[in-house]
Structure formats: structure tokens, C-alpha cells
Design a protein around this ligand. Structure first.
Ligand code: PLP
Length: 426
């Protein structure tokens, strides 16, 4: 359940008015709800009780130190994809022993750093990488714990840019080659086999592809367990959230319908736990979007309305550099006014940013509230893959991030200044 609601006609995050936050911090502005992160974590944790499991939050979804800190407090592990993410986790008070290092292109420097920090596991994506990790570990006199990422070749039925479990994707090792790769791993002196991993894609709204993948990989995991010393099986992340709805946004029951993910943790657990339990292994989960997606919004101010011959454009002060999901993979964000009374009049329009790219839009030909210059609007469900993908394109400073807890709001990241933009350049 997320914590963004209208109270006395003003959109709030928990008990904090988003209008008041904008008056203090300006726009564009990211706002996160601590309670939503906690609820999401606890709901998944509770749904899986009875299964020996651990949640490793996928840091790339939202890597703000304050967010990582609150998840570390809950006892979460972390799924990282770079040395920089490991550095963040450690700075935030996270335990490196609960970190899994994924990704197809780990460098020597990153592998060395992760070994020094004593991470839980490297999730290996190729034989070349396996041999390279062995070599780097040898160089520093360490042994590297590994799992091999298996590509189960199932269709996750999600956008092709965020589908990762098909044979043609760059991720993982073909299911048929798994035994050979584990044999190779067992023969390498600086490699310690720890587990098996998979991750089939992101924003899955049905449990069926997960079931299909788990059913396909479980027999292999059982065989590998018999042959090698395997402690865990990681089933990856991918649980989807609600981004859009046929209902016009801003209407009362929109909020209720967006409380629950389309794929609830209960449904997920009910289908998967019986398949996983017989393995008698620790099961790892790597949710990113599920934990962070509905825990954040991006607030922006309308600058101008521009009526062209073909279309009406609402030009706002946030752009694709702040939130690239719509431009990158047709990501959908509901767009609602912070003042509820502005939701009444409707118009079909494009909401666009100031960036000099035609791809710089947040919606096209969508029926939205007819907001006008100076009105503040919220792009909903912008907690995951939003700030983490922000850039300085067009030399625009990155927006600040605020973390709300109850009636408290604190700055989790300051707005960049123009000086910050040029600081690294001699
Ligand atoms: C990105 C990623 C995740 C998280 O995916 P979500 O869809 O955000 O849950 C989990 N595991 C791996 C290996 C990833 O690359």
C-alpha cells in the first residue's frame, strides 16, 4: 500500500503536504515515502514466511543513501550491479556479506573491491567472466563465492527492453550449458560454488512466467545441488507494479486501485513457494521496482500551455533528463494535480519537458487534468528507475530527493547547482 493521498484537497505523502514541500524546495522534486518502502518489504517478507528466504533489494531501482539505509535497518540484503552500488550500500550502513554482484561486465577493479569487502556472491554471466574472477581472486589471495546465472529461455511478457530471460538476451548462461559451466567452476581453485541464480525480466504483471521459469530451472538446481555444494537459489526480481489504469487519474478510486500491485506478494508466494520448498535451499529474491516504484513521485510545475494546430502541449519544468522511462521504454506515469480541485476539467494533451528532443514527453494524447501555468503536478509511481536514470543532459542540474517519514520530511539529496555541473571539469 502506498502513502500518497489527497487530504483536504492537497496531495500528501504520508502526513506531509506536497504543496508545502514544493514551496520550500521548488520543482522538479522527487519525494519518497519511507513507510511505503517498509510496507512493501514487510508484505513480501510475510507472504514468504515458511520458506527459508532472503530479500536482496535491487539497488539500481533507487540507490539513494537514505533509501538504502532504511532497507538495511529492515535487514534487507542488496543486489548490486557495479562497484559504485556496493560503495553506496556500505556508506548507507548495509552489510556487504548480504550483497550479490550481478551484471555481464564486471571489471577487475570492481571484482577486487567486492572481494575485499567480502560480498555474499558474484552472479556470473559467462565462462570468460568466471575465469576472470578466478584470476583476480588469485591475484589478491582470495576465494570468490559464485552463483551462475541461468537463462531459462522463457518469455516474461514485458517490454522487450526489460526482458532478460530469453535465449537472445545478453544475460545468463543457456540452460543446456549449465552443467558444463558448473564443472568448469568446480575445477577453478579460487572459485567457490555457492548457488544458482536467474532473473527473467522486469515489470511482470502475471505470475505465470515466474512459474514457468521456476518449473524449468528447479530440476536443474536439484541436480546441481547433488553435484556441488549449493546453498541458495536466487529467483531474481521482476514483480510489477500498477502504472496505469483505464480510470481517469485523480479520481477517488484510482488511489484504491493502485494500492495493490497487479501481482500481489501473496499470489506470487502461493504459486512459487510450493515449487521452491522441496529444494531445501535458501531462496533469494531481488525485487527492485516492487519495493521502490510506488514509493515515490516526481513533482513538476507547469510552465506554459502551447496550443498547436495538431495538439495541445503542457510544457513542464521536468524533462527526460529527470525521468527517462517514457522516452526509453514507453513507461507510463499517471499525471495528477497536487490540488485536487484542478482535476475537474479534462483535456487531451501531451505533457512535455524543456529538453531539445521530441522524445522528451511524459504522455501523449492522454486525457488529463487541464492544468495551467504555475500549477503543480505529480508524476506518480516514480520511485524506481527514475532518479537513478537521471542525467545532466542539456546541462540541467539533477533534482533534489526528499524522504518523508510520517510528518517529517528530510533532504535525501540536494538539488545540484550550476557549479556542481562543471565541478569535475578542469
Ligand atoms: C534489475 C535486476 C533486478 C530487479 O528487477 P525489478 O524488476 O526491479 O524487480 C533483480 N535482479 C537482477 C539481476 C537485475 O538485473
Amino acid at each position: 500500500m502506498h502513502q500518497f493521498r489527497y487530504r483536504q484537497g492537497i496531495l500528501h505523502c504520508e502526513e506531509v503536504s506536497l504543496q508545502a514541500l514544493v514551496e520550500e524546495h521548488g520543482t522538479p522534486l522527487y519525494v519518497y515515502s519511507a513507510q511505503t518502502f517498509r510496507d512493501n518489504y514487510q508484505q513480501l517478507h510475510t507472504a514468504l514466511k515458511g520458506l527459508d528466504h532472503r530479500i536482496a533489494y535491487a539497488v539500481k531501482a533507487n540507490s539513494n543513501l537514505s533509501v538504502l539505509g532504511l532497507l538495511a535497518e529492515l535487514g534487507s540484503g542488496f543486489d548490486i550491479v557495479s562497484g559504485g552500488e556496493l560503495f553506496r550500500v556500505i556508506k548507507a550502513g548495509g552489510d556487504p556479506k548480504l550483497c550479490s554482484f550481478a551484471g555481464v561486465g564486471k571489471t577487475a577493479e570492481e571484482i577486487r573491491y567486492a572481494l575485499e569487502q567480502g560480498i555474499h556472491c558474484f552472479n556470473v554471466e559467462s565462462i570468460a567472466e568466471l575465469e576472470f574472477i578466478n584470476e583476480v581472486a588469485e591475484g589478491v589471495g582470495a576465494t570468490a563465492p559464485i552463483a551462475v546465472r541461468i537463462n531459462p529461455n522463457v518469455d516474461a511478457k514485458t517490454h522487450r527492453y526489460i526482458s532478460t530471460g530469453k535465449a537472445e538476451n545478453k544475460f545468463g548462461i543457456d540452460h543446456e550449458d549449465a552443467h558444463e559451466v558448473y564443472e568448469r567452476a568446480a575445477s577453478l581453485p579460487r572459485i567457490q560454488i555457492k548457488g544458482v541464480q536467474m532473473h527473467i525480466g522486469s515489470q511482470l504483471t502475471s505470475v505465470n512466467p515466474f512459474v514457468e521459469a521456476v518449473e524449468r530451472v528447479v530440476p536443474l538446481v536439484a541436480q546441481l545441488k547433488a553435484a556441488h555444494d549449493i546453498e541458495f537459489f536466487s529467483i531474481g526480481g521482476g514483480i510489477g507494479i500498477v502504472y496505469n489504469d483505464a480510470l481517469a487519474s485523480g479520481q477517488r478510486d484510482w488511489w484504491d486501485r493502485h494500492d495493490d500491485p497487479p501481482l500481489s506478494p501473496v499470489t506470487y508466494a502461493k504459486k512459487l513457494v510450493p515449487l521452491l520448498q522441496p529444494l531445501d535451499l535458501t531462496i533469494l529474491l531481488e525485487p527492485g521496482r516492487y519495493m521502490a516504484g510506488n514509493a515515490g513521485v516526481l513533482l513538476t510545475t507547469c510552465l506554459y500551455e502551447k496550443k498547436g494546430h495538431a495538439k495541445t502541449f503542457k510544457v513542464v519544468d521536468a524533462g527526460m533528463n529527470d525521468l527517462i522511462r517514457p522516452a526509453l521504454y514507453q513507461g507510463h506515469h499517471e499525471i495528477v494535480p497536487v490540488r485536487e480541485d484542478e482535476a475537474g476539467t479534462r483535456v487531451t494533451a501531451d505533457v512535455v519537458g524543456p529538453i531539445c528532443e521530441s522524445g522528451d514527453f511524459f504522455c501523449q494524447d492522454r486525457e488529463i487534468a487541464d492544468f495551467q501555468a504555475n500549477d503543480i503536478i505529480a508524476l506518480m509511481s516514480a520511485g524506481a528507475y527514475s532518479f537513478t536514470m537521471a542525467s545532466n543532459y542539456n546541462s540541467r542540474p539533477m533534482p533534489p530527493e526528499i524522504l518523508v517519514e510520517g510528518a517529517q520530511a528530510r533532504i535525501a539529496r540536494h538539488r545540484q547547482s550550476w557549479d556542481d555541473l562543471i565541478a569535475p571539469e578542469p
